[in-house]
Write a protein that binds this ligand. Structure first.
Ligand SMILES: [Zn+2]
Length: 182
């Protein structure tokens, strides 16, 4: 869905950010609150989900895990705070190091207690996009596979991704990686 949601906090702009980052409603937060289950929110958008962190900070049912580019908008997520685990990464990190970081990040979560994985699924980490981490289409297949291999219920909510001719291909790659390995 558009627009994305993860910058929308409890009352508009979150954690001191300068704007709402094109977001009106925090779509994934609404879904996770409605589900009310032990949830891992995995935020793979290239920007930090300051709104999602603000909403779930200190919530013992929800773990928020974000891999994002820094420095970049919204200028938050530089360190881990309780149930909100953050990885600030340099632009054009590349797929290999990204997957190593994702492995490390997931190892910090007690997956056994998680019932649902909610993915804030942004594609602006693609090479040349607004928060690039140097990923290409095939890397999203690997991320989808990684999530499938956790063997949990999962759902995906679209966040960013602004290079029009790439986003559809990346989404398709991601979903195939998930579907082919679950
Ligand atoms: Zn983004």
């Amino acid at each position: 869905m558009r627009p994305p949601g993860h910058h929308a906090g409890r009352n508009g702009a979150a954690l001191g950010a300068s704007s709402r980052g094109f977001c009106y409603l925090n779509n994934i937060a609404i879904a996770v609150k409605k589900l009310s289950k032990e949830t891992l929110i995995l935020d793979i958008d290239g920007h930090h989900g300051n709104g999602t962190q603000e909403i779930f900070q200190g919530n013992d049912k929800v773990t928020y895990l974000s891999l994002h580019q820094s420095p970049n908008y919204p200028g938050t997520g530089h360190f881990t705070e309780g149930n909100c685990i953050n990885f600030s990464l340099p632009s054009n990190l590349g797929g290999h190091q990204y997957m190593e970081t994702l492995d490390k990040a997931l190892s910090m979560v007690d997956i056994r207690k998680i019932e649902v994985i909610a993915v804030s699924c942004g594609f602006d980490t693609h090479v040349g996009d607004l928060a690039t981490l140097g990923l290409v289409e095939q890397d999203y297949w690997k991320i989808g596979k990684k999530i499938a291999c956790l063997k949990k219920s999962a759902f995906f909510v679209l966040e960013g991704g602004y290079v029009g001719e790439k986003v559809g291909l990346d989404i398709d790659s991601f979903l195939r990686g998930y579907e082919e390995n679950k």
